[in-house]
Design a binder for this molecule. Structure first.
Ligand code: 4FV
Length: 285
């Protein structure tokens, strides 16, 4: 798969791509990374790529001419590529979009912005706008590298043999289950027994319960309506015995976690009250 970055800072892309999995993927010929610098398409002595905004306002705006010339050059090199402009105004990246890109059979041209952003007319040469989140960065390079990294994980051969991006968190729609490795005991903290049992059915069930529990507490928006019902509402009468056992175990784990959180909140609250009382005593001498 080919990734072409239209960027004023190609060195930032090269440096970031020269590490670990992405570098190995490039060496294996699974991924091709190139850059086109809009500054190459300027004709004035200062090689100007930005200018002040019409209508006033702070900061500078990226000029259309060098940017569009660079995009055209990129399209010549990768005619089948999808042109994506990284900007806060785009749809927000998530795993389902990554999977869509990974399986669309196209290469990618990332248009990386800077300063206050692009002259609006540049978007006439762009297929879509993409954002990595509701915050403003200094440049589009890091967002573009994040998108490339997420897509590249789906290219066969990029991740280790056994590792498949298809099984990732968010690919299952749930948050990841806790992972452990040696030593079995670390500063009094033990690896859960079930993970050392060798009973793969039990391990898979434990992992799904832990994913559901983490998702329930941290990202309930990711749970399906049925999952939320099985956790919060009485279980349907007609349910396979093994399934009922699974959900009842999970519900008791969640109840235990809620009790633990409530107890901790109690402790924190009383500690806070003590601190306030101590301060008041101090002030009243
Ligand atoms: C951004 C984001 C982002 C805005 C002005 C660089 C900056 C300049 N890109 N997701 N959030 N870009 O903040 O993608 O273009």
């Amino acid at each position: 798969m080919k990734f072409l970055f239209v960027t004023l800072f190609p060195e930032q892309i090269e440096q970031a791509a020269n590490h670990s999995i992405i570098q190995r993927a490039v060496n294996k010929g699974l991924v091709e990374i190139s850059c086109i610098n809009p500054r190459e398409f300027t004709h004035d002595v200062h090689r100007t790529v930005d200018d002040t905004p019409f209508g006033g306002g702070a900061g500078m705006v990226l000029k259309p001419e060098p940017m569009v010339a660079a995009i055209r050059k990129a399209k010549e090199q990768l005619p089948n590529a999808r042109v994506i402009a990284m900007c806060p105004g785009g749809r927000t990246l998530k795993q389902s979009i990554v999977e869509e890109y990974a399986h669309c059979g196209q290469d990618f041209i990332f248009v990386c912005g800077h300063y206050e952003g692009f002259d609006e007319r540049i978007f006439n040469w762009v297929d879509e706008k993409l954002s990595i989140g509701d915050y403003v960065l200094t440049g589009g390079e890091m967002p573009a590298l994040i998108v490339m990294d997420a897509i590249a994980r789906f290219i066969p051969g990029v991740l280790g043999k056994l590792v498949s991006a298809e099984e990732d968190s968010f690919s299952t729609g749930l948050l990841e289950y806790p992972q452990y490795t040696r030593p079995v005991s670390f500063e009094g903290l033990e690896v859960p027994e079930v993970l050392r049992s060798g009973n793969h059915a039990l391990i898979a069930s434990w992992r799904l319960q832990e994913s559901l529990k983490a998702t329930y507490f941290l990202r309930p928006d990711l749970l399906t309506e049925e999952q939320l019902r099985f956790i919060e509402k009485p279980l349907p009468y007609k349910m396979k015995k093994s399934q009922r056992k699974f959900w009842e175990e999970l519900r008791s784990k969640i109840a235990a976690a809620k009790a633990e959180l409530a107890a901790q909140a109690e402790v924190d609250a009383s500690k806070e009250l003590q601190e306030i009382a101590a301060k008041e005593d101090e002030m009243n001498g």
